[in-house]
Design a protein around this ligand. Sequence first.
Ligand code: ATP
Ligand code: MG
Length: 580
Amino acid sequence: MNDGIKTYLRLLRYASHYWLMFTFGALAMLIFAITDTGFAFLIKTLTDSFAGTENSKSIDQIKGYLPLIVIFIFFIRGLSGFFSTYNIAWIGRQVIKSLRAEIYNKFLYLPTIFLDRKSNAELLSKVTFNIEQVAESTSNIITILIRDTLTIIVLTIYMVYLSPTLAKIMFMAAPIIALLVWSLSKLFRRYSERIQDSMGDVAHAIKETLQNHRIIKIFNGQDFENEKFSVINENNRKHNTKLLSTKAIGDALTIFIASLGVAGVVFVATTDEVRSNMSVGDFSGFITAMVLLMTPLKRLTNVNAMIQKGVAAASSIFILIDENNEKDKGQQEAGILKGSIEYRDITFSYNPEYEPTLKNINLCINSGETVAIVGKSGSGKTTLVNLLPRFYDVSSGFLAIDDQSIEEYSLSSLRANISVVTQEVTLFNDTIINNIAYGNYSSEEIDKAINAAHLNEFIEKLPNGLDTKVGDQGVLLSGGQRQRIAIARALLKNTPILILDEATSSLDSESEKYIQEALENLMMNRTTLVIAHRLSTIEKADRICVLSEGQIKEIGTHNELIRNNSEYALLHKLQFNEKV
Ligand SMILES: Nc1ncnc2c1ncn2[C@@H]1O[C@H](COP(=O)(O)OP(=O)(O)OP(=O)(O)O)[C@@H](O)[C@H]1O
Ligand SMILES: [Mg+2]
């Protein structure tokens, strides 16, 4: 089946839950279509009455009611027009609500590696722009497709009734119009796809500029950014204009082809044979119906552009919805783990085409042990710890907690056992308290965590205290304050396994000393992985593991490594300004 049709059917499946609303809408459309024909009938009747033809006798009887009939027809037309538009738009909004919820939920469960690679703004543009396109086109399409098709059908029946010969000529134009509509649809689809992509580009550019405004300012990059944006902006305009002009050409051609049909009708209507078979009223009724036909006909040919726009948007949304979630095949609920960790022959690549980031990692950590990981920037430290909560899955090897492969635990129960203070702290644009207590905790527990993370002094000074908003990603706070919030968050979660990735790197020496004490207390009865460039913070670790280019170079206690004059000893000497 054609991809476009498949996408459209899938979209309709979402709408099919609301069949009752649809039935009423469709009924309203039918009434709407009949009122149009009723209008043509009215014209025919009036003309006959003026012309004093045979039919005029019957008209004499209803003459007084005619104004009322006009009002009635238009009242019914307005009412049915309302319900046909409202009901279908209502269904459209319901469909969009479901789709949007589905995508949002998808974002919560997509693998980290997928989200790393995609531009956030591009994804955002799908939930906002593309989805609105689907909404607009689905409801418009259904309304137009059904209401206008019905109108055309009822008008046609009436025209055939008035004069089959004329109707035949009029509809000789139909196949040509159909051919035109069909041949334009590919263009519509192509331009719509490009517009949607270019909206993603626009969103991406704007988001990046807003995020990096300090860098742009310090480099005086305004002109450069402006130029970059104008290309993207122009691209968007170009595709939109192309779509518009294609639509306008389509409109003009449709009406022109239809006018050929009208010309044919006018030509044939003047022949004696037709004239003798039709009253003046019949003829004017026919012409009225023909004129009334033009608008729905034009809209119907335009609907194609809408269908293509909707299909392009919907297929990009369905591609996203069909992405695989994080693998979560583990059957076992982890419960509260003891926290022993084993990395066995672990190899990991972010991208299979490149050199692996981690190679043959073998590392056993006992429950309750604190292991520090040191190594040059880019050596793979963060990657190594990110494998534990399964932000990324190992490419090969065996990674176990409590002697069981971590893939056998359900993701949520595994993650419930691990706290992480990430290298880059990001916060929600919410209050401090909501950022710390990301879950259900008692106020006592929260107070304890705030104290341990040395946040109280800072919070007391804030006019709104714990209810102070931290701004987008926490920009209203200093780097150290953010880090302390992240530490409090991890302390509060209170799990058997703790990962501290440069957790105290932004703190001044005094706060670091205090927090270090709090963290040391915390590390006591849990398994901890500490990553730190500042070696002073890890001297007390049970063991230190030195990573270099994705491989473990050495492992041992601080004293052992210093004694062996190893790579760690060298780093240590450099940092403490000892003679190398
Ligand atoms: N999400 C990612 N996608 C692809 N490659 C990545 C990703 N994150 C890190 N890398 C690459 O993996 C390698 C190891 O990165 P990692 O973040 O583990 O280093 P690190 O030892 O923590 O460094 P630092 O001390 O600077 O934090 C780097 O070469 C980096 O370019
Ligand atoms: Mg790192």
